[in-house]
Design a protein around this ligand. Structure first.
Ligand SMILES: Nc1ncnc2c1ncn2[C@@H]1O[C@H](COP(=O)(O)OP(=O)(O)O)[C@@H](O)[C@H]1O
Ligand SMILES: [Mg+2]
Length: 369
């Protein structure tokens, strides 16, 4: 079903159509060298390279395929979500689209420009707001001075800069910190400052990489409101937002691609994706000290389609086991019995509607957390 839902680009050569698509990606691949062979840092400087060249030493390289053949299209005016766990390849994909990384294979167009052959045009068309890139600030200048500096780099006049900075800081709840240096801000405030820097510059396409990382629930809500009002609310911009939080993807994105291990495993509206779970119900069991092998046993029960375990978070020791099954009551009783026999302490049991995470579980047997 996932394959059916996957929206494939048209066969043949990809011809960009920027009037309809803000971003078009076809067969994009990117891999990293993770090991060069000989150990590095053994104290001889270039000796390792010279010796290996002289001895024609065959280095055993290792690769990590971070993006493994991604196809997607982002419509004009749409906020498109990339939802996947850590390491799925979301940031790497955005960096390729932002021309910060070269592409190994495939092609991508941003605002109609090729990331391979028109990188300057791509850079003028888009704006990437990363997460935790706090080194991007001058720590000796105040928040406002930093923003003026970046605005000037983009060629904004002083009056344009002042107006946009004031507006953006107010919308992000940072006005009170305008005259402070980044050093004195909390992690959440710094993340908002990063967003302010990105949102101050208006480009046809934006890329937001995990925009609410490090924010508390109130901070995250402010950022969501800001994105909804300023970016989705009719400004004509389009973009891609990455997240590992299903609530964020659902709140902000009209369509979502679920990514796992470098691939898009499904793509559609939140509703279409949730339908991947099918007619089955979802049973959530909260328990403490769940032995890992029980999850496999639950998955093997007749009537169970998928099961996956993840910590609840929030410093709680509880874990949450989500089970996709036909008959919640019967399976619930059996699962509780299995968990208790295995030494787990069951705290609660509940039947729930499928979430976007359940779509991910149905496709991968893994949790997003
Ligand atoms: N510069 C790099 N060198 C080697 N491996 C990398 C590099 N950047 C990312 N990776 C690896 O590529 C995979 C995808 O990473 P990333 O795109 O950051 O995932 P995500 O943003 O979805 O968490 C991960 O396994 C990561 O360890
Ligand atoms: Mg990332």
């Amino acid at each position: 079903m996932a394959v059916e839902m996957l929206e494939r680009a048209d066969e043949g050569q990809l011809v960009p159509d920027p009037s309809r698509w803000a971003v078009e990606v076809r067969g994009l691949r990117k891999r990293f060298v993770t090991r060069q062979g000989l150990p590095v840092g053994w104290g001889f400087g270039n000796a390792h390279w010279i010796i290996s060249s002289l001895l024609k030493y065959r280095q055993k390289r290792e690769w990590k395929q971070a993006v493994d053949g991604v196809d997607l299209k982002v419509e004009r005016g749409e906020v498109f979500g990339l939802l996947g766990p850590n390491g799925a390849g979301k940031t790497t994909l955005l960096k390729c689209l932002a021309t910060l990384l070269s592409v190994d294979e495939g092609e991508a167009y941003v605002n109609g420009y090729s990331v391979r052959t028109q990188p300057d045009e791509v850079r003028l068309s888009m704006n990437l707001v990363g997460s935790g890139h706090w080194a991007a600030f001058d720590w000796g200048m105040t928040v406002v001075q930093n923003l003026h500096f970046f605005g000037a780099l983009y060629g904004l006049s002083r009056s344009e800069r002042s107006e946009r900075i004031e507006h953006t800081l107010e919308r992000l709840g940072l006005t009170a910190r305008a005259k402070d240096t980044p050093m004195t801000l909390s992690a959440g405030e710094r993340q908002r400052m990063l967003l302010a820097k990105g949102f101050m510059i208006r480009t046809p396409v934006f890329f937001l990489d995990e925009p609410t990382v490090g924010l508390d629930p109130d901070g995250a809500r402010e950022v969501h409101e800001f994105i909804t009002r300023e970016l989705i609310g009719g400004s004509g911009t389009s973009g891609i937002l990455t997240t590992h939080r299903m609530d964020e993807a659902e709140a902000l994105c009209s369509r979502i691609a679920i990514m796992n291990r470098g691939r898009v495993v499904a793509c559609g509206t939140p509703l279409e994706l949730k339908r991947l779970v099918g007619e089955r119900s979802v049973l959530e069991v909260r328990a403490v000290s769940v032995p890992r092998e029980v999850v496999g046993e639950v998955r093997a029960l007749p009537g169970v389609r998928a099961a996956a375990l993840a910590p609840v978070g929030d410093e709680s020791l509880e874990e949450s086991l989500r089970v996709h099954c036909e008959d919640v009551e019967a399976i619930g009783r059996r699962v509780v019995g299995m968990l208790e026999r295995a030494g787990a302490e069951v705290r609660s049991l509940e039947s729930q509607d499928p979430t976007l995470e359940d779509a991910f579980i149905a496709l991968t047997d893994r949790r997003l957390a």
